[in-house]
Ligand binder design. Structure first.
Ligand SMILES: Cc1cc2nc3c(=O)[nH]c(=O)nc-3n(C[C@H](O)[C@H](O)[C@H](O)COP(=O)(O)O)c2cc1C
Length: 379
C-alpha cells in the first residue's frame, strides 16, 4: 500500500489522531512499538490563524515519528485554506482533514462530522486544502450524519476522483458518536464498491490484536487505525503484528515493562512540557497503563500526589516491593523537525485535577469526546 510517496508493508497499523493523547511523547512510544504511521491530534484552523500558542504547539513533529500526518479541522472553506500553509510548513508527510469529530461545538460550525450534512462543502474544503498543500492530503471521516444519510460509498468515490491520498473511515455515524458497535459491514462495502486504488483505512473498535486481524479479514481494508486500543497500551502494534504473523498472541507486557514504559512516557512528557506540566499531564495516563492489575487503584492514587518527576518515579519504582531492579530510561526527545509557528513550546498551566482523555477537558478545546475505555458492549 502506498500513500503518496510513502510505501507500507502489508497490513499497516496506524495510530489514530486523539486529542490530548496523540502528542509527541505518546507518539514516540507508539512508533517504537510498531506503529507504521501516526497522526497528531486535530489542530484548529481558526486557532492557527489567531496564532493561538496551544494550536501551534500541536504542529510540533519530530523526525523519529515519521511518517506522520498533521490533522486539521475547520468549518470555513477560507479558514481552512488559509491555515493550510501553516500546517504544510511544519513539514508533515501528509495533511489529514478531520471530517469525523462529533462534538456539538465543532459540528455546529460545520467542522468535523458537521460537513457530513453538506457534502458539497466537504468537497470544497478538501479541494482548498489540496490546492494549498505541497504534500499528500488524506481524509478521516465517519459513515454519515445519521442512519438516513449514509452516503459514504459515494463520498469515498468522490475523494478518490479528487486525488485524496488515503481515506480513513470510523465506522459509526455522527449520531452514534461512540455508541453501539462500529459497523464493519460498511467498511467492507466501501472497500468493495467505493474505492478503486485509493488506500482505505478502517477504524472503530479494533481494540486488541484479535479484533485488528478480524477487521482486515472481514472487511478487506488496506490498513487499520487504532485509537482507544492504544491508550496505555502502545505495545498493541507489535503484539498485533506478531499475532497476524504467527497466529499466536504474545503475552501482554508484564509489570516491569509497564513501569519502564510509564517512566519513559513521564520523562518524555517532562522534557516536552517542562517538569511541572509534564507531571500533571501524565496523571491522566496511569489508569489505562495499570488497568486490571491488582492494587492498581492504590498505585494510581499514590501517583497523583507527587509534583516532581523524581517523586513520581520513586512511587512507581517502589510500589511493588518484590519488583526486580529496572534501569531508568534516559529518554530524550529527538531534534524537532519544524515548528515555525510556536513561540514557546510549554503548554499553559494545567489544572491540578486533570480530566481523563476524552472527558470534559477534551471537549473544552473542541476535541472529539469519546469514552477512553471501550464501552462494555465492545470490550
Ligand atoms: C480521547 C480521544 C480523542 C480523540 N480525538 C480525535 C481527534 O483529534 N481527531 C480525530 O479524527 N479523531 C479523534 N478521536 C477519534 C479516534 O481517532 C477514533 O476515530 C475513534 O476513537 C474510534 O476508534 P477506536 O475504536 O479504535 O477508538 C478521538 C478519540 C478519543 C478516544
Amino acid at each position: 500500500m502506498q500513500i503518496g510517496h510513502l510505501d507500507f508493508d502489508d497490513r499497516p497499523l496506524f495510530l489514530a489522531p486523539m486529542e490530548d493523547v496523540s502528542d509527541p511523547p505518546f507518539r514516540i512510544l507508539c512508533k517504537r512499538y510498531g506503529a507504521d504511521m501516526m497522526y497528531t491530534e486535530f489542530v484548529s484552523s481558526a486557532g492557527l490563524l489567531r496564532e493561538q500558542e496551544h494550536e501551534h504547539q500541536k504542529l510540533e513533529i519530530f523526525d523519529e515519528e515519521r511518517p506522520i500526518g498533521i490533522q486539521v479541522w475547520g468549518g470555513g472553506i477560507d479558514e481552512v485554506r488559509n491555515a493550510t500553509p501553516m500546517v504544510d510548513a511544519a513539514g508533515p508527510d501528509v495533511i489529514d482533514i478531520n471530517f469525523g469529530c462529533p462534538v456539538h461545538k465543532i459540528v455546529q460550525k460545520d467542522g468535523g462530522a458537521g460537513v457530513l450534512r453538506n457534502l458539497d462543502k466537504m468537497k470544497r474544503i478538501t479541494a482548498a486544502v489540496m490546492e494549498e498543500a505541497t504534500r499528500p492530503v488524506t481524509v478521516k471521516t465517519r459513515l454519515g450524519w445519521d442512519d438516513d444519510s449514509i452516503h459514504i460509498v459515494d463520498v469515498a468515490k468522490m475523494f478518490e476522483d479528487m486525488g485524496v491520498a488515503a481515506l480513513t473511515v470510523h465506522a459509526r455515524t455522527r449520531e452514534q458518536k461512540y455508541k453501539g458497535d462500529a459497523r464493519w459491514e460498511w467498511l467492507r462495502k466501501i472497500k468493495q464498491e467505493g474505492v478503486r486504488d485509493m488506500p482505505f483505512i478502517g477504524n472503530g473498535d479494533a481494540l486488541d490484536p484479535e479484533a485488528i486481524e478480524a477487521m482486515f479479514e472481514e472487511t478487506g481494508v488496506d490498513g487499520v487505525m487504532m485509537g482507544r486500543g492504544a491508550l496505555g497500551n502502545p505495545w498493541i502494534f507489535n503484539r498485533a503484528k506478531k499475532y497476524m504473523e504467527t497466529g499466536e498472541l504474545p503475552p501482554p507486557p508484564d509489570w516491569e515493562e509497564r513501569v519502564q514504559v510509564v517512566a519513559e512516557h513521564l520523562s518524555l512528557k517532562c522534557e516536552w512540557l517542562g517538569e511541572r506540566n509534564g507531571v500533571l499531564e501524565m496523571r491522566k495516563n496511569y489508569s489505562s497503563y495499570f488497568k486490571g492489575f491488582r492494587n492498581a487503584s492504590t498505585l494510581r492514587h499514590k501517583l497523583m500526589q507527587p509534583e516532581t518527576k523524581n517523586g513520581v518515579l520513586e512511587v512507581l519504582l517502589n510500589f511493588k516491593p518484590d519488583a526486580p531492579d529496572i534501569q531508568l530510561p534516559s529518554a530524550s526527545l529527538p531534534e524537532q523537525t519544524a515548528n515555525p509557528g510556536a513561540v514557546d513550546t510549554k503548554k499553559p498551566d494545567v489544572p491540578d485535577t486533570l480530566p481523563s482523555p476524552g472527558g470534559d477537558g477534551a471537549e473544552a478545546d473542541g476535541g472529539e469526546t469519546a469514552p477512553a475505555d471501550p464501552p462494555p458492549s465492545i470490550a
